[in-house]
Design a protein around this ligand. Structure first.
Ligand code: SF4
Ligand code: SF4
Length: 539
């Protein structure tokens, strides 16, 4: 009953005044899919019980395998570093609780590939014993030291792409960031974790923004929030008023998907188009998710590394809600905390309804990139009708937020004309799904783009592999040629020694004369030329 009352109360809420459109810049297209956000915002953020095991994938990105600092059988404390960031791309990983390392092996993880990945399994001891935590006096600290601390924090951008936060901070004056944008748009349907975070922890978020501003050297910050989050807007605005709000501006955006895409958000707020071959920091702008601001605050204020996040558990479950979840928690625990999946549930989706992907089973762990899990049923996601031929209506182009020609990309992908797909900026496609959503012929356009991208990447990789093989072969031929030359020279030297033996001749007058035979070294000029040419080719 209280749920129904809250539901009604939600719809009776006044909508916040959006920032005047004259202060915003509208990007092309976008869509208004059903939001399905209310269901999971009726209860406060919940906590889960400690699961029986936590499974932590070691690799979150394309980076190298990080450096594992523990072995099977080790006892670890909550917050202890298990894996050190090995290169720029990989984040550090910390123990989400105290317990024993029970395995380091391959496990299924939530990833579109469905492939297993090397993971650390931790069996909790139930004591939740922390490492010794230490806060940082960031206002008086050296920025390089802060950056190095950030690298060890395990914090990634929690908005989806999960790039480690430290790589998003330009170092040694490589770029001059003047504006920090906090992405609180959360425009994808079903996802409400940022909304709930802002409602409940606005003060900490604002403190985190101050720390980020300091590290980046930014002069001002803008928080972009969609107008479907009335309570969050109120909480954040109040928190700004309570703090020194002079540098932080809250901008209320009209609800439109995909405003939460970083480049779309920059355009909406500042009217700046970031060229596809540049980063936003080249234009002095950096974007962080609102949850990243909170994680940054917790790390510098209390020394807590990144070991948990807020996850929306929604869709076809009994009681949709947001939960604070330790990384590595099996999805099954989250489903149970939300009252369990209803009988008609077919499978689970990680992410929102526009960009999410199916996950293999409910034993996969919650990872840093898990914003939302949707229990899917035929009522929520009906099987799409069979695709029909393209009728060239151009609706897809009308809604494309990146100004692409989706119908052309579709034809190129379908006919394996990857060269033209590339020319038509296939790789600028953010796979938002707006084109698929409006296509009257029900063509699964994004699937074609993913196919074309993966084929092009595979082609590039095999071309690189072929180049590498050719170089290796050239080098092998060069080595054989060099060996031949060396053998020829050694042979010639031996022959010269033999022929240089003295010859005694009896002259006509009976005297003897001694002559040394002169050896004519065989020319190796042709061989040397071939050798040098091979070396050149192999460079
Ligand atoms: S919306 Fe569909 S039918 Fe229309 S042009 Fe695009 S791909 Fe073709
Ligand atoms: S999926 Fe790609 S082509 Fe389609 S609307 Fe989004 S950006 Fe444009």
């Amino acid at each position: 009953m209280s749920g129904i009352i809250q539901f009604v109360r939600h719809f009776m809420q006044e909508k916040p005044d959006p920032t005047p459109l004259s202060h915003l810049f509208k990007f092309n297209g976008g869509i208004h899919p059903p939001q399905h956000k209310v269901e999971s915002t009726l209860k406060p953020i919940g906590k889960l019980q400690l699961p029986e095991k936590l499974t932590l994938p070691l690799r979150h990105h394309i980076g190298n395998f990080p450096n594992i600092k523990v072995q099977v059988g080790d006892y670890v404390l909550k917050g202890q570093m298990l894996v050190e960031a090995e290169d720029m791309i990989s984040p550090a990983i910390h123990a989400p609780t105290s317990g024993i390392i029970s395995a380091i092996d391959e496990q299924l993880i939530p990833h579109p590939s469905g492939l297993p990945e090397l993971c650390i399994t931790l069996t909790p001891d139930g004591k939740e014993t922390w490492i010794k935590l230490q806060s940082t006096d960031w206002r008086n600290a050296d920025k390089n030291q802060l950056l190095s601390n950030l690298r060890n924090s395990g914090i990634v951008d929690l908005g989806g792409a999960t790039f480690p936060t430290h790589i998003k901070v330009p170092t040694n004056g490589s770029a001059n960031v003047h504006t920090l944008i906090i992405n609180a748009a959360e425009s994808e349907p079903y996802i409400t974790c940022d909304d709930m975070l802002m409602r409940e922890r606005a003060d900490e978020i604002i403190q985190g923004i101050y720390i980020m501003e300091y590290i980046l050297g930014a002069k001002k910050s803008i928080i972009g929030i969609e107008d479907n989050k009335a309570e969050a807007i109120k909480a954040i605005t109040n928190a700004c008023s309570a703090a020194d709000q002079s540098k932080i501006e809250v901008k209320v955006l009209p609800t439109l998907y995909p405003s939460g895409d970083a480049r779309r958000l920059i355009y909406l707020l500042l009217g700046k188009e970031i060229p596809h071959d540049k980063r936003s920091t080249d234009e002095g702008i950096q974007v962080f998710n609102v949850a990243t601001a909170l994680a940054t605050y917790r790390f510098f204020a209390f020394g807590e590394p990144s070991i948990c996040r807020i996850v929306t558990m929604t869709g076809n479950v009994e009681s949709p809600q947001n939960f604070e979840v330790l990384f590595g928690t099996p999805l099954e625990s989250l489903v149970q905390a939300a009252g369990g999946a209803k009988l008609s549930t077919q499978h689970f989706i990680m992410g929102g309804s526009m960009m999410g992907f199916n996950i293999p089973n409910t034993q996969v762990p919650i990872i840093k990139a898990t914003q939302c899990i949707i229990a899917s049923s035929p009522d929520l996601f009906a099987e799409p009708p069979a695709a029909m031929p393209c009728i060239r209506c151009a609706r897809c182009a009308d809604v494309c937020p990146v100004n692409l020609q989706p119908q052309e990309l579709y034809w190129f992908a379908k006919s394996n004309n990857f060269e033209n797909a590339r020319k038509y900026d296939l790789f600028d496609c953010i796979e938002c799904g707006c084109c698929t959503y409006v296509c009257p012929s029900n063509i699964p356009l994004v699937q074609y783009y993913r196919y074309a991208k993966s084929e092009i990447i595979a082609e590039d990789q095999s071309a690189n592999a072929a180049n590498l093989a050719r170089e290796r072969n050239d080098f092998r031929l060069a080595r054989i040629e060099r060996d031949k030359i060396e053998h020829a020279q050694q042979h010639a030297a031996r022959a010269r020694q033999a022929k240089e033996s003295k010859t005694v001749t009896i002259n006509d007058d009976g005297t003897q004369s001694t002559t040394s035979s002169t050896f004519k070294e065989p020319t190796t000029i042709d061989n040397k030329a071939a050798f040098n040419a091979a070396i050149e080719r192999s460079k």
